[in-house]
Design a protein around this ligand. Structure first.
Ligand SMILES: Cc1cc2nc3c(=O)[nH]c(=O)nc-3n(C[C@H](O)[C@H](O)[C@H](O)COP(=O)(O)O)c2cc1C
Length: 382
């Protein structure tokens, strides 16, 4: 067995399987404005030097995950939210080469990337990172993007059936030691082959963010992580949602991690944090872009009903519908404790200003998380 394969045990190379009770990552730094739909000063413009700085800082501090969002055009409005984006596989390859510890995700629209291409791109990144790659599968929720590709827009649940076949074929390519044929509903392929195999055996981890019944079934049956929008920001409702997802997976003999998206506003005082949140959401929020996004979400996705969507308008501007962590460092860590208790395995964070606020997160919040027993002490890399 060569050196790379020695690291192939789950957890051996990929920090997604590490033992921190609350794992951490960063989401959407490959997109302009990240996850924040605001015209507030200093919002994330998105360029490579800043992206590199944030990734390296997170990696050195022991954050487990760096995750890009797959987006092909913006949502309009004064921000044209997410208009500038780096493509996710090539982003992951570049970030993978710059980092040593964090899991590096690509996010893949399954109907827009052929499984033979996806399997090989994924393996390439798995080798670049020495077994730190992971794949986030998305089925599509933005019809305009599919029109760019001339790709068929399947009905909602069919998209997940397609994803199951797509992933099955990718995993066969990752593992088959001989050429094989594939006769599926969508893919009829001859003499399939892919080499090298992934560093991680049997497969790199797979995540999915489906929220509808079909999406949740897909995540529970086929994936290792489910990336969830907590439909209710009350913790009892959140716990019920997470318990249901984990038991759905256990019913088919699987364990899934549940990750959520959080948006963070940390200041010296709780009031200071709340005031800034109010400023960038209510005074500087981009109403046009968020309404475009919610229309797409409401009409083309079945995750949230209209009333909940309305309640989420604020949270979509603040951080793409994520869970709010707002206050001074102690308040944020106390809130984290509640998330640990309801069974959240990991939080993917977005901020208005990634670079400055990640620095603050590392210096002021992570030590408190260690004190609270949420994470183990970490010696930063030199
Ligand atoms: C935190 C999070 C990140 C997501 N990232 C993407 C993405 O990068 N690209 C995309 O097209 N959809 C993305 N989605 C949309 C989901 O894949 C999914 O379509 C959406 O949650 C609706 O669920 P449903 O398809 O089960 O109705 C994301 C969803 C969540 C909750």
């Amino acid at each position: 067995m060569d050196g790379a394969r020695d690291r192939s045990k789950r957890g051996g190379s990929n920090p997604l399987y590490g033992d921190n009770r609350m794992k951490l990552g960063i989401i959407a730094m490959n997109c302009s404005h990240g996850s924040t739909i605001t015209t507030a000063e200093g919002a994330w413009a998105m360029n490579w030097p800043d992206t590199r700085d944030v990734a390296v800082m997170a990696d050195k501090a022991g954050l487990e995950v760096l995750l890009p969002v797959a987006r092909w055009k913006g949502y309009g409005g004064p921000t044209n939210f997410n208009n500038r984006t780096f493509e996710t596989y090539t982003w992951a390859a570049g970030i993978g080469a710059l980092t040593d510890r964090s899991a590096v995700f690509s996010t893949s629209h399954v109907p827009l990337v052929h499984p033979v291409t996806a399997a090989k791109q994924a393996v390439t990144i798995d080798h670049i990172t020495g077994g730190r790659f992971a794949l986030n599968i998305v089925c599509g929720w933005f019809k305009n993007e599919f029109e760019m590709f001339g790709a068929p827009w399947m009905n909602h649940d069919e998209r997940y059936e397609y994803a199951a076949e797509w992933l099955d074929l990718v995993r066969k390519l990752w593992s088959a030691e001989e050429e094989f044929d594939y006769d599926g509903r969508w893919f009829t392929c001859r003499n399939l082959w892919s080499e090298p195999k992934p560093v991680q055996r049997p497969f790199p981890p797979v995540m999915n963010a489906g929220g509808s019944p079909a999406g949740q079934r897909f995540a529970a049956t086929h994936c290792d992580m489910n990336f969830v929008i907590l439909k209710q920001h009350d913790l009892e409702g959140g716990k019920a949602q997470i318990d249901a997802l984990k038991s759905m997976a256990r019913a088919v003999g699987r364990e899934v991690q549940v990750w959520i998206h959080v948006y963070v506003v940390c200041r010296d005082t709780d009031k200071g944090a709340r005031d800034y949140l109010d400023y960038y959401v209510r005074q500087k929020g981009d109403r046009v872009a968020v309404d475009n996004l919610l229309t797409i979400f409401g009409m083309q996705s079945e995750t949230l009903d209209a009333k909940v969507l309305d309640e989420f308008r604020f949270h979509f501007i603040a951080g793409h519908g994520g869970y709010p962590l707002v206050g001074r460092p102690e308040t944020i860590v106390a809130e984290m404790d509640k998330l640990v208790k309801i069974g959240v395995d990991g939080c993917l964070i977005s901020w208005v200003r990634y670079k400055e606020e990640l620095r603050q997160w590392i210096d002021e919040i992570m030590p408190l998380m260690v004190q609270a027993g949420q994470r183990r002490p970490f010696t930063p890399a030199v």
